[in-house]
Design a protein around this ligand. Structure first.
Ligand code: SAM
Ligand code: SF4
Length: 336
């Protein structure tokens, strides 16, 4: 275990504890709220962080700054070749507070094939995206006919021992808001925590409208009318507000990015697949750590860049304000 770490604290007193790493900008789905149907420009492979580079930067965050959680995302992380090799490297990282909490967000399309391998490599937790239980709607939303494979993937993840397995469901007005209760029922029956996510202005097509957002209050009221729920104690830095079913059948989460921003407690930073450091999902400025690493900068020099970047972390996003500027990148290019 490494020596005591140095706190990485932003100008608003928030301590950085969580790192999201995009391992690829590529994806085998084309979800309408994330990617365009065609014409996505992929990063050249030479510009994407190698596993060694991801490990190097992760080690810095974990050992120097005591980052406790790393979540792999993308694009679709499972389309990155040899992903278990990276997971093995990251699972070995320890901060002064102990081993890291290593998690991944995936669309689940290949989970039925790889769940035990990922678990054996040291991945502890997975979130699998599932926005609808209706096949035609799944095809419309993801532009792929993969519902059965994703459902099998959820079962495979549970069988492989991931704990917890959570479901991410982005709710869009007029698209899948009629399935809020059905998704809750699915979570209760399968014993998975469904996390309802408010639709954010990060779709590549730029079609987002505030009218399409189904807010936390509506989601909670809709579920509560069928399955009574109560809010659980404050979330801390986690993005989801959590609720439990009064009959003991489990929990749900709601990620109310748009209607109830939780920026005040945010402890997250991000690395894009090409090694750009971002201090907010909605940041308009990035800090190029990969070029610094490839130029031969030592850890103190890279750490100085990280600290300078964290000093610019803003108090919160401005989605609901007139001066909101959409980031130049969409969700899959940032790493959601
Ligand atoms: N491909 C993986 C997946 O879909 O789970 C990981 C990357 S994806 C960008 C991470 C999460 O962001 C997914 O749960 C996805 O549903 C969510 N997401 C994508 N675009 C979004 C948007 N515009 N608003 C809210 N959530 C979004
Ligand atoms: Fe791919 Fe995930 Fe974006 Fe869907 S949400 S297009 S699965 S990166």
């Amino acid at each position: 275990m490494s020596a005591a770490h140095q706190d990485l604290i932003d100008p608003f007193g928030r301590q950085i504890k969580d790192l999201r790493i995009s391992v690829t900008d590529r994806c085998n789905f084309r979800c309408t709220y994330c990617m365009p149907e065609e014409g996505m420009q992929w990063l050249p492979r030479s510009e994407v962080m190698s596993f060694e580079e991801i490990e190097h930067l992760s080690r810095l965050f974990v050992e120097r700054y005591g980052v406790r959680g790393i979540r792999l995302t993308g694009g679709e992380p499972t389309v990155r070749a040899h992903l278990p090799v990276l997971i093995e490297k990251l699972a070995r990282l320890e901060s002064a507070d102990g081993p890291i909490d290593l998690a991944m967000t995936t669309n689940g399309a290949t989970m039925r094939l790889i769940a035990p391998t990922l678990r054996d490599a040291g991945l502890r937790r997975v979130n699998i995206s599932l926005d609808t239980l209706v096949r035609e709607k799944f095809v419309r939303m993801t532009r792929r006919d993969e519902l059965d494979n994703v459902l099998d993937g959820i079962a495979a993840a549970q069988k492989a021992g991931f704990d917890p397995v959570k479901i991410n469901a982005v709710i869009e007005r007029g698209v899948n808001d009629d399935e809020i209760v059905d998704l809750a029922t699915f979570g209760r029956e399968r014993q998975v925590e469904v996390r309802f996510i408010e639709f954010m202005p990060l779709d590549a097509d730029g079609h987002w409208l505030s009218e399409q957002v189904v807010g936390q209050d509506e989601i909670v009221e809709t579920i509560n009318a069928v399955y009574p729920i109560e809010q659980m104690p404050a979330r801390g830095a986690a993005p989801a507000d959590r609720f439990r079913y009064l009959d003991g059948a489990g929990k749900i989460g709601v990620i109310p990015t748009v209607t109830k921003p939780f920026c005040g407690d945010c402890d997250r930073v991000r690395l894009t697949a090409e090694g750009e450091f971002r201090t907010c999902l909605f940041a308009t400025k990035e800090f190029d750590l990969l070029s610094a690493l490839r130029a031969g900068e030592n850890d103190d020099q890279i750490a100085a860049r990280i600290e300078a970047a964290v000093a610019t972390k803003w108090a919160g996003h401005r989605i609901n304000q007139v001066n909101f500027i959409r980031p130049g990148k969409s969700m899959s290019q940032i790493g959601g």
